[in-house]
Design a protein around this ligand. Structure first.
Ligand code: GLN
Length: 273
């Protein structure tokens, strides 16, 4: 069910983040070790986003074809150097379109986002989450609105693209002030809100802004590799480095070079209360 990877640190070739190690993201696309929930391979496209030194803007490349069939991965992407990279390979959920617009990473401002999992009944679930957020904002005296019409902004008719609409509404720093003051709060509000309405949802999110990575674990695997000058979060370890740490399920993770923080997702809390 999709695999993703994020890197921040000293400059690396963008392509190398997709192909590094004997069990690279590209290898995980056709031979994943820890697929849970029915998927077998990740052949419905891939994408990669990268940031330059100032992290002020993000660029991406996506293709709806399998990552192992695209020569750009070996011939073009290694020519580009970046301080941060976020990549994903996709196994489309049954009923969701196989097209480039549905391939993560999804971008907004200097943010890039990937979702590994599924939100069953996503249209009604995310409509309910928006309505809960709106109620919570009103109760808190905030003037920012969380309108269900925002869902029309989704780039593709998939749960992942729609989750990104909600998350970027929570992340938006423009006044009027909203419910989330930090990226971690935004992720927590989104995941707890989704699980409140869809307890079976699998919401493994990965978010980057060029200087740090945030992730949630909810059903699928996630590992961290932290060095003094870099941080990696990855669905599966790409090599046998002894420093890989498996992150517990139901966690909210933040990683930066030399730093990892892991908090438990508070699933008792709903956005409506
Ligand atoms: N549900 C998402 C999609 O179809 C993600 C799929 C996955 O994690 N396999 O794009």
């Amino acid at each position: 069910m999709c695999r993703h990877i994020g890197y921040v640190g000293t400059p690396v070739p963008v392509g190398e983040v997709l192909t590094r190690g004997p069990h690279s993201l590209r290898t995980q696309a056709w031979a994943p070790r820890e697929m849970r929930g029915g998927g077998t391979i990740n052949a419905d496209g891939f994408g990669v986003a990268w940031w330059g030194r100032d992290a002020a803007s993000v660029t991406r490349y996506r293709n709806a074809d399998p990552i192992w069939t695209d020569p750009a991965v070996d011939e073009v992407l290694p020519q580009l150097t970046a301080h941060a990279v976020l990549g994903s390979v996709r196994s489309a959920t049954v009923g969701m379109p196989v097209e480039r617009a549905a391939c993560a990473p999804f971008l907004w401002e200097n943010w890039a986002f990937s979702h590994n999992g599924v939100v069953p009944g996503w249209r009604s679930v995310l409509t309910a989450v928006l309505s809960d957020l709106d109620t919570a904002a009103t109760r808190a005296g905030m003037t920012r609105r969380y309108e269900t019409s925002h869902l029309l902004e989704a780039e593709a008719l998939t749960d992942s693209a729609a989750l990104w609409v909600l998350l970027r509404r929570l992340l938006d720093p423009e006044p009027p002030a909203g419910l989330a003051e930090t990226p971690a709060t935004a992720l927590r509000l989104l995941v707890t809100g989704v699980l409140h309405h869809a307890p079976d949802a699998r919401v493994n999110l990965l978010l980057g802004n060029g200087t740090a990575l945030w992730a949630t674990t909810c059903y699928h695997s996630l590992y961290a590799l932290i060095g003094d000058e870099f941080a990696v979060l990855s669905s599966e370890p790409y090599d046998d480095d002894a420093r890989w740490q498996q992150l517990p399920d139901r966690s909210l993770v933040c990683a930066e070079p030399g730093e990892l923080s892991v908090e438990t997702l508070d699933l008792g809390r709903s956005t409506a209360t």
